[in-house]
Write a protein that binds this ligand. Structure first.
Ligand code: FAD
Length: 392
């Protein structure tokens, strides 16, 4: 079968037939925007370590991608599946671009939408949905990452006001944000605060020298007795489970986003392998290359079915956090393995910014770590299987 028809990386088992027309339409609209607005520029953004995040936020806002799965306040009220498909297409462009949308919608907006007062929601959500206001989510600290329960950022009373002090580290969007959702200790409990970034005592510094997620703005936020009114506290956020529930929201987008990376890498590798000749034949004709391509396509499809199943559970209102851990752990880990394997198929060209694969692989090193490292997700799943918590 020398000239058998070629199949696009995600057509192998016809996953399209599992989607409604509306889902397919959302996917193609986002794919087109990524093709027009991200793909032609992203290699340069990555190389320069900057991204026109505010412009992109306005464009994504017009399309209804910000807080897409939330209802009211100008949000699109889309299904978890539709939101997942959007994340997949965005991350096929670049993980940094998907991170912009995830942090805005699933972390900052979701925290305000789920735990905020009416006043906080009215003030921030409509402008965040359009992209006029950009948000960030500050949980991690320089000395407290996987174990946020030990955070040292504190909020204390000063009359009716709050004074926030501490440092948040590795905060996506922080240098460009208008507002931060900051998690801080009040006595012995974790509480959330909506903090305008122009509050005196709040500073954000861009973290330089990243070798991953370079098309994303990442910062350190310092809170030096930042004074906030009593109304800044998120009234419905009680304890650490509040920020953890935001992370559970965001991980669903990551589970899908990783598939976009895997698909883009596989697509690139197939294109390359069918045109690159060695020993007088396309390298795609060698059995070892085909074995790699076949194994990667199988993993990509398994991950797709997993993501779709989990999002259908989310839409049915039954998705549990440990199930989200299964999706995040598997799909990011497999996408990273696929990106690295595709890199081998491109040979020396695989390390060039002319092709997306090493950029994608480098990005996934961050995605593997943020929103719960792969080890922490293993522990979450292990706890569910054994009834024993092995965190400490
Ligand atoms: C590009 C980027 C963007 C980010 N954006 C944000 C953001 O917007 N907001 C935010 O709050 N945070 C953000 N983060 C931070 C991210 O969530 C943390 O990096 C992550 O939670 C891990 O924390 P850590 O880096 O301190 O690693 P550590 O917690 O120090 O972990 C180091 C290693 O030890 C392992 N480890 C830790 N505890 C255990 C244990 N009990 N058992 C076994 N192994 C363990 C970890 O799995 C890991 O391999 C971002 C990070 C990056 C890289």
């Amino acid at each position: 079968m020398a000239n058998a028809p070629r199949t696009a990386p995600l057509d192998l088992i016809d996953v399209d037939s599992l989607h409604s027309d509306e889902e397919r339409q959302i996917r193609s609209v986002v794919r087109r925007v990524v093709d027009d607005r991200v793909r032609p520029h992203v290699a340069q953004w990555y190389e320069e370590g900057r991204v026109p995040a505010r412009e992109l936020a306005l464009e994504f806002g017009k399309l209804g991608l910000l807080g897409m799965h939330l209802t009211g306040y100008g949000c699109a009220g889309a299904s978890a599946v539709a939101y997942g498909l959007a994340c997949m297409e965005l991350e096929a462009g670049d993980s940094g671009v998907r991170s912009l949308v995830s942090v805005q919608g699933s972390l900052a907006m979701y925290a305000i939408w789920r735990f905020g007062s009416d006043e906080q929601k009215q003030r921030w959500l409509p402008r965040m949905a359009t992209g006029e206001a950009v948000g960030c989510f500050g949980l991690t600290e320089p000395d407290h990452g996987s174990d946020p329960a030990s955070m040292t950022t504190r909020a204390r009373r000063s009359g009716d006001d709050w004074l926030l002090s501490g440092t948040k580290m590795w905060i996506t969007n922080a240098p460009i944000a208008d507002v931060a959702v900051i998690w801080a200790r009040v006595d012995d409990r974790v509480a959330g605060f909506v903090v305008p970034m122009d509050t005196p005592g709040v500073t954000a510094r861009e973290i330089r020298h990243k070798l991953s997620l370079r098309a994303s703005s990442t910062g350190e936020i310092t809170l030096d007795d930042a004074r906030l009114p009593a109304s800044a506290r998120l009234p419905e956020a009680a304890g650490l489970k509040a920020p953890l529930s935001c992370l559970t929201e965001a991980r669903q987008g990551i589970t899908w986003g990783a598939l976009g990376v895997a698909r883009d890498c596989l697509h690139t590798a197939i294109e390359y392998a069918t045109s690159r000749e060695q020993f007088g034949r396309p390298i795609a004709a060698f059995q070892l290359t085909q074995a790699k391509l076949a194994d990667m396509a199988v993993e990509l499809h398994k991950g797709y079915l997993l993501a779709l199943h989990l999002s259908r559970l989310a839409d049915a209102g039954t998705l549990r956090p440990e199930q989200v851990s299964v999706g995040k752990l598997n799909n990011v880990r497999e996408a990273l393995a696929i990106a690295r394997q595709c890199r081998t198929i491109l040979g020396a060209n695989g390390i060039s910014g002319e092709y997306p694969v090493l950029r994608h692989a480098n990005n996934l090193e961050s995605v593997l770590t943020y929103e719960g490292t792969s080890e922490i997700h293993q522990l979450v799943i292990g706890q569910h299987l054994t009834g024993l918590a092995a965190f400490a």
